[in-house]
Design a protein around this ligand. Structure first.
Ligand SMILES: *[C@@H]1O[C@H](CO)[C@@H](O)[C@H](O)[C@H]1NC(C)=O
Ligand SMILES: *[C@@H]1O[C@H](CO)[C@@H](O)[C@H](O)[C@H]1NC(C)=O
Ligand SMILES: *[C@@H]1O[C@H](CO)[C@@H](O)[C@H](O)[C@H]1NC(C)=O
Length: 255
């Protein structure tokens, strides 16, 4: 081959490689881009209702599921979870963030999963850029939002009588000043109605409350608009349909 041809081939390969690199970079950065934080609470008696998940004694208060970024997960696989780093937080974590999803429960496994999948993404923010800050901030937000007693104050208590989804959503919107997202477990066999499972409250990157949902989007579109968490999809949670909803009492009080 003539030197000129070789030169051209080399030049083309170089340009192609450069092009690929640039686009890979674009792909990677957009993959880890996100706009809002989602603080996820779940209701243990509903989450535990799943037969294979049957918890023996679920807490009778709303617990933490996690703090997620919309549209991004698994942002840094080399940032390993280290339980030692959050030793000081463990008493509160065990209380407010128990593992009610897995059988047998394993808190450190659950927290590790949340850190890896969500923590490594939201840790892009200075306020959350370490394990200690991430888990500590979530506990702060949990206490600040005080969802459990807020619901009680609103007169929304676990009950064998059904609520209307819109009433719960509107009541929460009135106290927090933003639209929450309410998720349900669809009716199972022998059940008439969906059960409330999760309540999400959303924050801006400055940690200010903001709407979770855009007004006017249908429930199914809203569901699609956000990549559902693996735990959600494996539990079959969906945005609640408008209409009646069951807020199941903890088992002790049902006996
Ligand atoms: C991923 O995490 C490791 C360990 O904390 C850190 O050294 C590295 O800079 C992080 N990478 C990115 C892209 O943030
Ligand atoms: C819980 O998960 C941790 C972290 O993955 C693991 O090291 C530990 O053995 C698990 N404990 C039990 C009781 O399975
Ligand atoms: C938040 O939602 C409420 C109710 O749907 C709406 O009136 C308000 O304009 C929304 N705020 C923003 C900033 O989108």
């Amino acid at each position: 081959m003539k030197p000129k041809v070789i030169h051209n081939i080399l030049l083309c390969s170089f340009c192609l490689a450069l092009y690929c690199l640039c686009n890979a970079d674009k792909f990677l950065s957009s993959r880890y881009e996100w706009k809002k934080l989602i603080m996820v609470h779940h209701w243990p008696p509903t989450v535990c209702k799943e037969a294979e998940n049957d918890c023996s004694n679920p807490p009778g208060y709303w617990t933490i599921h996690g703090l997620w970024a919309d549209k991004a997960e698994d942002c840094n696989r080399s940032w390993h979870f280290n339980l030692e780093e959050i030793k000081d937080l463990l008493p509160e974590m065990k209380m407010y963030w128990p593992d009610i999803i897995h059988r047998p429960p394993n808190c450190s496994q659950f927290w590790k999963h949340e850190w890896r999948k969500h923590g490594t993404c939201v840790a892009q923010l200075d306020a959350l850029n370490s394990e200690k800050k991430y888990f500590g901030k979530i506990l702060d937000l949990y206490k600040q939002l005080n969802l459990d007693s807020m619901l009680q104050k609103l007169g929304i208590k676990p009950s064998i009588d059904y609520y209307q989804v819109a009433d719960i959503r509107d009541a929460l919107a009135s106290v927090y000043g933003v639209m929450p997202k309410v998720q349900c477990l669809p009716p199972e066999k022998n059940e008439d109605v969906q059960s409330i499972a999760q309540i999400e409250l959303c924050f801006t990157k400055d940690l200010q409350l903001r709407n979770c949902t855009q007004p006017g989007l249908s429930a199914s579109l809203r569901q699609k608009a956000r990549g559902a968490d693996v735990a959600d999809s494996s539990m079959g949670l969906e945005v609640c349909e408008d209409g009646p909803v069951f807020y199941p009492p903890p088992r002790e009080t049902m006996r």
